[in-house]
Design a protein. Structure first.
Length: 281
């Protein structure tokens, strides 16, 4: 499978681009920064060929390297290590920022095939939009306005030209058994999934609320294929106040609704709480 990783600062439009390329709404899109943390993976079909698209968390180097920022960087490194092509997304409206330059240096060290994607190009020519970013030195540059569907076809054509996809068999239905992992914040959901798949696929932290988006992960056991869905921790509705957490709650409930089976994780050090009982009911 040919892999395409989407990388960049927070809020430059990576998740919006991911959703456009995969024709899905898997990734949370919001004006709030930092909603994508774990790698979100989905397939896209171009001319009956399948490619894997990887969305990554926004890289922020101005927060004194918080523990969460370091884990997001680690997840992004894993995404780019797997990638055959990297779409490095920048924001035309913000211009070239120091973090863009740091990210560019990190990507160049990996010797990957990189395409610079200048997003939010509205009301100006591509030539004008490229001027501020010429100092990065990329030869492969595509200007887009993801919110207006401008440039999406150019990116799709670029991917198809650069990479060899896997032929898609006609009339094949993906009916993998889907298991949603639910529970209160910090109950150990991400840690459990990492243990099951044998890798640090998800960010696991002692800080409640680390997982925001629902992440689907393919898992094989005894030749049977499953999809594990990591979800954000669910608190009582009365305690959910921020828009960020409301997004997460809706995604968790949607994942539970679409699952074939729900695995409820309970913190043994706390025991069964009223919130656990509410989730069961």
């Amino acid at each position: 499978m040919s892999n395409v990783a989407i990388v960049g600062r927070p809020n430059v439009g990576k998740s919006s681009l991911f959703n456009k390329l995969t024709k899905s709404k898997k990734a949370i899109v919001s004006e709030f920064e930092g909603l994508t943390r774990d790698r979100q993976v989905s397939k896209t079909i171009i001319d009956n060929l399948s490619y894997e698209i990887i969305d990554s968390g926004g890289l922020n180097f101005s927060n004194n390297n918080s523990a969460l920022d370091s884990q997001i960087l680690n997840q992004t490194n894993l995404a780019t290590d797997e990638a055959d092509l990297v779409l490095f997304v920048v924001d035309y409206k913000s211009g070239l920022l120091p973090d863009d330059q740091v990210i560019s240096k990190l990507l160049r060290k990996k010797n990957k095939d990189i395409c610079l994607v200048i997003n939010k190009v509205d009301g100006v020519s591509d030539e004008t939009a490229k001027l501020d970013f010429m100092k990065l030195g990329y030869q492969q540059v595509i200007c887009t306005s993801v919110s207006h569907n401008y440039g999406i076809d150019s990116i799709i054509e670029f991917i198809a030209h650069k990479l060899d996809g896997i032929p898609v068999e006609p009339n094949v239905i993906n009916d993998n058994f889907k298991i949603a992992i639910l529970g209160k914040p910090n109950a150990g959901k991400s840690t459990l999934i990492n243990s099951l798949i044998g890798s640090d696929r998800l960010i696991a932290s002692n800080l409640p609320g680390t997982t925001i988006d629902s992440i689907e992960i393919e898992f094989e056991l005894n030749s049977d294929k499953y999809i594990l869905v990591d979800t954000a921790g669910i608190r009582r509705k009365g305690k959910v106040t921020s828009k960020e957490e409301k997004f997460a709650l809706l995604k968790s409930l949607e994942s539970a609704k679409n699952a074939n089976f729900i695995l409820l994780i309970i913190d043994s050090s706390v025991g069964i709480t009223s919130q656990d009982q509410a989730l069961i009911s």
